[in-house]
Design a protein around this ligand. Sequence first.
Ligand SMILES: Nc1ncnc2c1ncn2[C@@H]1O[C@H](COP(=O)(O)OP(=O)(O)OP(=O)(O)O)[C@@H](O)[C@H]1O
Length: 264
Amino acid sequence: MSHERTVEIDAVSHDFRMKGDHVQALSNISFDIEPGQFLCLAGPSGCGKTTLLRLLAGFMTPTEGMIRVDGVPVTKPAADRGVVFQQPNLFPWLTVQENVELGPKLRGVKASQRKADAERFLHMVGLADFAARRPYELSGGMQQRCQIARVLTNDPDIVLMDEPFGALDALTREHLQNELLEIWRATGKTIVFITHSVDEAVFLGSRVMVMSPRPGRIVLDRAAVFSRPDEPIAPERLRALPEFLAVADEVRTAIHTAPLSRAS
Ligand SMILES: Nc1ncnc2c1ncn2[C@@H]1O[C@H](COP(=O)(O)OP(=O)(O)OP(=O)(O)O)[C@@H](O)[C@H]1O
């Protein structure tokens, strides 16, 4: 079961410095993420979404400001934060089951326990019958499901997802969106999800944020009341609701009218 971890993003700015050049990717971002929130982050290409996710993961530290999880500064990756990348990056020589068990195995979890955990999450993502297959025998959507199972088997409190469905066809993408909502409802994990799709952000998020063009700042931050765990609505119905379309329109407008910074 997840611990209740609050994430604080406190006055975070981030610059990339290269030989004689410098790119300001994020500018003075502050917000908190409550435990169990499904936060979708949208914004134009290059606005710093991935940079923010990498900072949350602890792959790098901000140039200014600080990120804390339950008051503890994030300075490196840790097991309480799992990352799902756009490309599944599974180990091709391992079976699906072995890929999913790898994290717990490296952490010294007992074989019987990690087998049971892997089976539970493979079942949750609909891959129970494919445990003995190798990644190349799976479709792109199945590989992405496997990556999600692998991350969940590590039992992170916070799941960071960088456009995980961006490379998938529309039908597979919708299937996985529905599955991810089910998983979120079943596990109560905190999810931070990057997407270019307004529909996806509003459909999945319990909160939707829009970032401005570089350097990224938050230009919209609103609750999206649709993915409520207590009252699931059929996806087709939800997407046709006038309220859904109005929020999608608000998000789209924020993306298209976000001011360009003079500093960029
Ligand atoms: N390692 C790096 N070195 C130098 N500049 C970088 C690096 N990573 C990102 N940047 C720059 O920082 C800015 C933000 O990049 P980032 O990948 O965070 O944007 P993004 O919003 O995720 O974009 P996209 O939606 O296209 O994936 C961009 O201008 C990018 O060129």
